[in-house]
Design a protein around this ligand. Structure first.
Ligand code: ADP
Ligand code: MG
Length: 346
């Protein structure tokens, strides 16, 4: 199973230039609102047409501007779960799901597949309900059932949790993850949420302003995002320009510190990133005097902002995040950071 995408589109001032490949399991496009995620999915589904490029699914060309190939959506074998699920409001749950089965001509077989899908999605008893009678989670499962019942080669999910919140979202994430794993086909999901991307995908392509910045296995991306924008999108709070001064040493002028790094610093370094969780008052390396700025409480964690004593006045305070029960009685005079926890950004 593999998807190859390399497309270009001008939308007024916005330029989409997206190239990535996805195979095996769940791949996620992670990027901020407006970066072109939904438009990319629409091009793959055949609802929008790129100006130029190539889209291929399992060796079958869906779109190629040079070869003048542009398969209509219904021939692409691609399922697309819209951001708002888009159920037919005047149809029942069963009727909605049957829409995904219109190509199955054998009535008995059609009803059998409908029943199987209703069981798989745990929608028994809701067959005659209409969309307005469903909870957010049920509506999501009906929409997913309608798509999956047509057995697309590629399943695309556009911000599948954006209509849901809190506890329900967490429950559905686990549920959807299990459904998708058992589905055993290619899944392409887009989201602006790094938590959702981390929870669900094996591979992430980071997207910003119409371009793919990096593509890596999920854990590797969070461990080493590679660029300042990708570090920001994976939730890194502290990013500052840095200069290489040796194979394992950098200077961060705006923080007024010099840091030893575990990874080798290559030429072309732009910045360093330090995740808010990684500071430690007891860490022996990269220790510098610090001053408390302010503090904010969350239910189980505390966020403390501090400044290095030698930090430039215009440089924003640094974020330190720690579990409440680990918070020291008194704000430390010096803060350290393990060399392995410094992200090198190019
Ligand atoms: P995302 O899903 O990442 O939030 P979109 O793919 O919806 O972003 O949109 C990316 C950019 O393309 C936005 O700037 C949006 O205004 C623009 N855009 C989307 N669809 C169209 C369209 N049909 N015509 C013109 N511009 C569009
Ligand atoms: Mg979108």
């Amino acid at each position: 199973m593999s998807l190859v995408v390399d497309i270009h589109k001008r939308l007024g001032a916005f330029h989409l230039d997206v190239a990535f490949e996805a195979e095996n399991g769940i791949t996620c496009l992670l990027g901020p609102s407006g970066c072109g995620k939904s438009y990319t999915l629409k091009c793959i589904a055949g609802i929008e047409r790129p100006d130029s490029g190539h889209i291929e699914l399992d060796g079958r060309v869906l779109f190629d501007s040079e070869q003048k190939i542009d398969l209509p959506p219904q021939k692409r074998q691609v399922g697309y779960l819209f951001q708002n699920y888009a159920l037919f409001p005047n149809m029942t749950v069963a009727q909605n799901i049957r829409c995904g089965l219109h190509r199955e001509k054998d009535k008995a077989l059609r009803e059998q597949r409908l029943r199987e899908m209703i069981r798989l999605m745990r929608l028994e008893g809701l067959e005659k309900h209409r969309p307005y009678q469903l909870s957010g989670g049920q509506a999501q499962r009906v929409a997913l059932a309608r798509i999956m019942v047509s057995e697309p080669k590629l399943l695309m999910l556009d911000e599948p949790f954006s209509a849901l919140d809190g506890h329900l979202r967490d429950l559905l994430k686990i549920e959807l993850r299990d459904i998708l794993r058992s589905y055993g086909r290619e899944v392409l999901m887009v989201t602006h949420s790094r938590e959702e991307a981390y929870n669900l995908s094996q591979e992430i392509a980071v997207m910003d302003a119409g371009q793919i910045l990096a593509q890596k296995p999920t854990k590797a991306l969070f461990a080493d995002p590679g660029s300042p924008q990708a570090a920001l999108l994976t939730g890194c709070k502290n990013i500052a320009p840095a200069v290489r001064i040796g194979p394992h040493a950098v200077v961060v002028p705006s923080w007024g510190v010099r840091l030893q790094t575990a990874a080798e610093v290559r030429e072309g370094l732009k910045a360093v990133g330090i995740r808010a969780h990684y500071f430690h008052p007891a860490a022996q390396q990269n220790r510098y005097p610090v001053t408390f700025v302010e503090e904010m409480e969350e239910p189980f964690e505390t966020i403390i902002q501090f400044r290095y004593d030698a930090q430039a006045p215009a440089s924003p305070p640094i974020w330190w995040r720690l579990p409440k029960d680990k918070k020291p009685q008194k704000f430390p005079e010096e803060m350290g950071i393990a060399p392995a926890n410094i992200l090198l950004l190019y």
